[in-house]
Design a protein around this ligand. Structure first.
Ligand SMILES: [Zn+2]
Length: 272
């Protein structure tokens, strides 16, 4: 996507949400930064050789965007926002918005039943965006401006639903709608909702009991095993506790929400 389009969409969203003026200018720079400083990732070619390659901004898959990179930057932005680290917050948010906005542009063209990658078609779509009237009065835009997604799971699920678009009108609409949703969710100062807080404490205490009891039971068993077989069995309780910790999905679900609100507490608090 052209820098001008990135900036137009981001500026519109900031103004719509009444963002403080001092954040808007830096964010307009940050949202084009990924084109200046391209991120690199470790990758492997068909011969098994590893090397650092530039991260693609447009999805290789015609039906979905690379949501893992977007979600990583959203988390970085959220954690920095909660810590009051504005510099890192703006930078990470800029990267997240850039990948979301680029992700809405499909580089595929359907010929008969098959999708074909075409740089020319991609460039034409990005050029056409200059002539698309901004969808500022569209009802989806109004709805997204009013929506504050309360949990990281819901935000991640909605980003996973985003797919690259072919019609420039759709590109503009979805890029703007998702920019609004992301800005609203990442920069909200709402307190940890009570229902989630109660569930977090409940499942946290339950998790603590699971860990403690499984540790005691497996220690007891391994004492026998060590006596009769091998001292290697000393690691058995640790393995069992790790497995129980990983498997308790309810605890992780609410711990993730607590982290989103900056209210995650050490697991040691749930042990005793
Ligand atoms: Zn880009």
């Amino acid at each position: 996507m052209k820098w001008k389009t990135h900036r137009t969409i981001t500026k519109f969203a900031c103004k719509k949400l009444n963002w403080p003026e001092e954040y808007i200018e830096p964010l307009l720079e940050a949202c084009v930064e990924p084109d200046r400083n391209r991120e690199k990732e470790l990758t492997q070619n068909e011969y098994g050789e590893t090397y650092y390659a530039r991260v693609p901004h447009h999805s290789k898959n015609p039906d979905e965007i690379d949501d893992s990179r977007v979600i990583k930057h959203i988390w970085d932005a959220r954690v920095s926002f909660l810590r009051g680290n504005n510099l890192h917050f703006i930078k990470s948010l800029g990267y997240a918005l850039h990948y979301i906005q680029d992700g809405t542009v499909s580089k595929y063209k359907k010929i008969l039943f098959f999708e074909h990658e075409s740089l020319k078609v991609h460039d034409e779509r990005e050029d056409d965006l200059r002539f698309i009237p901004f969808p500022s009065k569209h009802k989806i835009i109004e709805k997204c401006a009013r929506t504050i997604i309360k949990t990281p799971q819901k935000l991640e699920a909605s980003i996973q639903k985003l797919s690259p678009k072919k019609d420039p009108k759709d590109i503009m609409l979805f890029a703007s709608a998702y920019t609004l949703l992301t800005l609203n969710a990442v920069s909200n100062r709402n307190s940890f909702p009570d229902t989630y807080k109660k569930s977090y404490l409940y499942y946290g205490q339950r998790h603590g009991k699971f860990l403690l009891y499984s540790l005691l039971i497996s220690l007891f068993i391994s004492l026998f095993l060590i006596y009769f077989f091998s001292p290697l069995y000393i690691v058995l309780p640790l393995i069992i506790v790790c497995i129980i910790h990983k498997l308790d999905s309810k605890y992780h679900e609410f711990a993730k929400i607590a982290k989103w609100y900056g209210k995650e507490i050490s697991i040691l608090n749930f042990l005793f």
